[in-house]
Design a protein around this ligand. Sequence first.
Ligand SMILES: [Zn+2]
Length: 46
Amino acid sequence: MTCPWCGSNEVERAAPFGPQLMVEQYFCRRCGSPFGRIRQRGAGGD
Ligand SMILES: [Zn+2]
């Protein structure tokens, strides 16, 4: 998992977004930018 803005892997998971939890919210500790990742159903669990 890397930041789409600066490419850093210093990211941490933030609170889930949306009632279906289809988007996971992450936060980059390096550049301070939040970003989301759409969960891929059936792509390996979690
Ligand atoms: Zn970043």
